[in-house]
Design a protein around this ligand. Structure first.
Ligand SMILES: Nc1ncnc2c1ncn2[C@@H]1O[C@H](COP(=O)(O)OP(=O)(O)OP(=O)(O)O)[C@@H](O)[C@H]1O
Ligand SMILES: [Mg+2]
Length: 252
């Protein structure tokens, strides 16, 4: 059975794309067959794998807009066990083009369901904001994973997202569950970061996962080399944390 997880947080720059890439590679290290879907018109995840989202050709856009395009024609192998649905810049227009169309929020779900390619895990990266693209991710998924930057005001964005999850569950995808929240860009020496994590644990209990992803200036270097942290610096603490997160996510 394929498990489909969407990584979402309407706040920008909290580590969504970084987490999708590193979690994907960590799951593949454990032998899983992984599909990554880049729903962000900015194409950060696509670029991190060294693909040019301006020249992507068939992309998540084709999957969302055209019923006859199959997943098989859109995916690119990016590692032995990992395939990617790249983003392209025209995804920015998809939002407007989908408005008013039948099943505008179910397009990705239907495309994934039509496919017979066996994946163990599908990980969907979403853009910041709570528009139709993010909604397509939330409707296609079984579970939502929420990266939360360990900083002041982090809670505010999480509340808005929670309300969206509740609304999507009520109207569009009753099977959607909260897979969990996890802290990103954590600075262990910071009292403030510790307080934010304590508050998240108090509010969300066990849904706040144990793993914290530490902040390190080296993390942005990996995608420049077209690599995940796990490949760029396999023994780095952040690589270890993403392996821990993978273990928590698959409840091993
Ligand atoms: N643990 C970390 N330590 C330091 N920098 C990080 C860490 N995780 C991510 N970053 C950097 O922070 C920036 C934002 O991360 P990322 O692109 O993953 O966020 P995002 O939520 O996908 O952003 P957007 O909402 O714009 O899509 C990137 O430059 C990334 O390299
Ligand atoms: Mg991103």
């Amino acid at each position: 059975m394929t498990r489909t997880l969407v990584v979402a947080n309407q706040k920008g720059g909290v580590g969504k794309s970084t987490s999708v890439m590193n979690l994907g590679v960590a799951l593949a290290e454990r032998g899983q067959r992984v599909l990554l879907v880049d729903l962000d018109p900015q194409g950060g995840l696509t670029a991190a794998f060294g693909l040019d989202s301006y020249a992507a050709g068939r992309s998540a856009y084709s999957l969302l807009l055209y019923d006859h395009i199959s997943l098989a024609r859109v995916i690119r192998p990016v590692r032995d066990q990992i395939a990617l649905v790249p983003a392209s810049i025209d995804l920015a227009a998809a939002e407007l083009q989908l408005v008013g169309q039948a099943n505008q929020t179910h397009r990705l779900r239907e495309a994934l369901q039509r496919s017979r390619i066996p994946f163990d895990t599908v990980l969907i990266d979403t853009p910041p904001g709570l528009g139709i693209l993010t909604a397509n991710g939330l409707v296609a998924a079984d579970e939502v994973l929420i990266p939360v930057q360990c900083q002041y005001l982090a809670m505010r964005g999480v509340r808005a997202l929670m309300e969206t999850v509740v609304r999507i569950r009520a109207r569009l995808n009753p099977a959607l569950t909260l897979g969990g929240l996890f802290g990103t860009m954590y600075r262990p020496g910071s009292r403030h970061a510790q307080e934010v994590v304590a508050e998240l644990r108090q509010v969300f209990g066990r849904k706040m996962l144990q793993t914290l992803i530490y902040f390190d200036d080296v993390v942005p270097e990996a995608p420049v080399a077209g690599l995940s942290m796990l490949e760029y610096l396999p023994d780095h603490i952040v690589s270890k944390e993403y392996r821990d997160l993978a273990r928590e996510v698959i409840r091993d």
